[in-house]
Design a binder for this molecule. Structure first.
Ligand SMILES: *[C@@H]1O[C@H](CO)[C@@H](O)[C@H](O)[C@H]1NC(C)=O
Ligand SMILES: *[C@@H]1O[C@H](CO)[C@@H](O)[C@H](O)[C@H]1NC(C)=O
Ligand SMILES: *[C@@H]1O[C@H](CO)[C@@H](O)[C@H](O)[C@H]1NC(C)=O
Ligand SMILES: [Zn+2]
Length: 239
């Protein structure tokens, strides 16, 4: 009897702690509509991301003062459950005014988080940069399924690990990303937020257009590994 009670108490404690330690998700009571429970910025923030961008905004020219994307060796790929993330040994930089930002990691969303004139795309990649004061800047790149596979994705798709497992990728052609988006010559620049809790604001966004191709099988493998992981678009302050 005593042993039984100990068991009951033990399992009840586990249940309580898993409720409070629950990670955010994209559905149900830990989904985007409830992210305010993780950090109230998600609910009350005035400059939240993603947003729906009017197509005409891409015609205005704005880009960082300097952009560098070099190919990378021995990077780490991790399946975080809610996204596939590549980090470590990445060599890319942005210069924005007097601040230098370095590429920390990049990851993917299916479907895209940002939209253009209300339309979303099959995939959005987020290249997350940070400066020495922990300010963040993110480049968003859209991809749509195409007959043409995208070689940049090959080593990523081939090495997608099981959930919560990390692997090393020997070589990744990061330079092809910046060539494909014409060195950011057509980007929409705005101040927004992280698109996952804690939804911190002050993030300098560069959303790139036009849309890049991704092979159908590449897309399906990426989507199947991550599932739906796109926050709905946010209302902008003053709109
Ligand atoms: C960078 O961070 C510092 C300290 O948090 C802040 O004062 C500064 O305004 C930030 N700069 C940009 C460009 O966001
Ligand atoms: C992009 O813009 C730079 C100037 O910032 C220009 O030198 C370059 O030719 C442009 N590239 C393309 C592909 O449009
Ligand atoms: C919420 O996020 C902000 C940054 O946006 C941070 O300063 C604050 O500590 C966070 N609050 C909680 C309860 O985690
Ligand atoms: Zn993201």
């Amino acid at each position: 009897m005593k042993l039984f009670l100990t068991f009951v108490i033990f399992f009840s404690l586990i249940q309580i702690s898993t409720i409070f330690a629950a990670d955010f998700s994209y559905s149900g009571t830990t989904g985007p509509a409830f992210w305010g429970n993780f950090n109230e910025t998600c609910l009350k923030g005035k400059n939240q991301s993603p947003i729906d961008i009017p197509y005409n905004e891409f015609i205005k020219f704005s880009k960082p003062d300097n952009v560098e994307f070099h190919d990378a060796h021995d990077v780490v790929i991790e399946n975080k459950g809610h996204t596939i993330e590549i980090s470590k040994n990445l060599d890319a930089k942005l210069k924005i005014k007097d601040n230098e930002y370095k590429l920390l990691q990049f990851h993917f969303h299916t479907p895209s988080e940002h939209r253009v004139n209300g339309r979303y795309y099959d995939v959005e990649a987020h290249f997350v940069f940070t400066d020495t004061k922990d300010n963040l800047s993110v480049i968003g790149v859209f991809y749509d399924v195409s007959d043409r596979r995208n070689r940049f994705f090959d080593p990523i798709i081939y090495n997608i690990p099981d959930e919560n497992v990390k692997k090393t990728i020997e070589f990744i052609k990061l330079s092809s990303v910046i060539e494909d988006i014409n060195w950011m010559n057509s980007t929409y620049n705005y101040f927004g937020s992280l698109t996952t809790p804690p939804c911190s604001e002050g993030v300098i966004w560069w959303v790139s257009y036009p849309v890049q191709p991704i092979g159908k099988n590449q897309y399906l493998k990426l989507r199947d590994a991550m599932g739906f992981n796109s926050r709905y678009t946010q209302v902008r302050n003053g709109e």
